[in-house]
Design a protein around this ligand. Structure first.
Ligand code: IMP
Ligand code: MG
Length: 183
């Protein structure tokens, strides 16, 4: 979906499609280098990371496997609490694997911090995190994110996998949702 179709719903575009795609190519080159000679399993966190996994994996110049997890963090409304429930677990055993968790955004960091320890407890070779976006001002817990696409201000954003009420995931860019859409 293009900007013209939803321009009244957003305040501004913060990451254009071109900037996103260019940054993903850079991240992919870094991942190619860091995992040279090693196996690599991308674990996408549903549903937000679907676009990121699709674009990152196609930019990698190597074989890669993909698996998916769906988690829900309990909390009041839009705030995550750190109490996480697995809605869909990995299809395959990850013992000894080099796992790269792919996420859309690190906000409080609570979800990813839980997910990383959960995967680490399964006897993996390594677990690292790649997130397209990070809101540094919103961090409640320290979580080591090895690959970050863009640092953004603590506004509510949509697009490129990120939703508001399950909509806007199919925008090829990232934008700040207009206040009138949710207040
Ligand atoms: P955390 O546990 O606070 O880091 O929550 C992360 C999750 O909250 C992300 O995976 C998103 O699904 C969601 N989220 C956080 N910030 C935003 C936003 O600005 N727009 C849409 N979803 C968000
Ligand atoms: Mg998410």
């Amino acid at each position: 979906m293009d900007l013209a179709a939803i321009s009244g719903d957003i305040e501004r575009v913060i990451v254009t499609e071109e900037a996103l795609q260019a940054r993903i190519k850079e991240l992919a080159a870094q991942v190619d280098k860091d995992y040279e000679g090693k196996d690599l399993l991308l674990v996408g966190v549903l549903k937000g990371a679907v676009m990121a996994v699709a674009d990152l994996s196609r930019a990698l110049q190597r074989h890669v496997e993909m698996d998916w997890m769906a988690v829900s963090s309990y909390g009041s409304g839009t705030k995550s609490s750190g109490v996480v429930r697995i809605l869909k677990d990995l299809d395959r055993d990850i013992t000894g694997r080099n796992v790269l968790i792919v996420e859309d955004i690190v906000d409080s960091g609570l979800t990813l911090s839980w997910l990383k320890s959960n995967l680490e407890s399964r006897g993996v070779g390594s677990v690292e995190i790649l997130s397209i976006l990070r809101k540094p001002e919103a961090a409640k817990v320290h979580v080591d994110v090895k690959y970050v696409g863009f640092e953004i201000p603590p506004d509510f954003v949509i697009g490129y996998g990120l939703d508001f009420d399950e909509k806007y995931r199919n925008l090829p860019f990232i934008a700040v949702l207009a206040k009138h859409m949710y207040s």
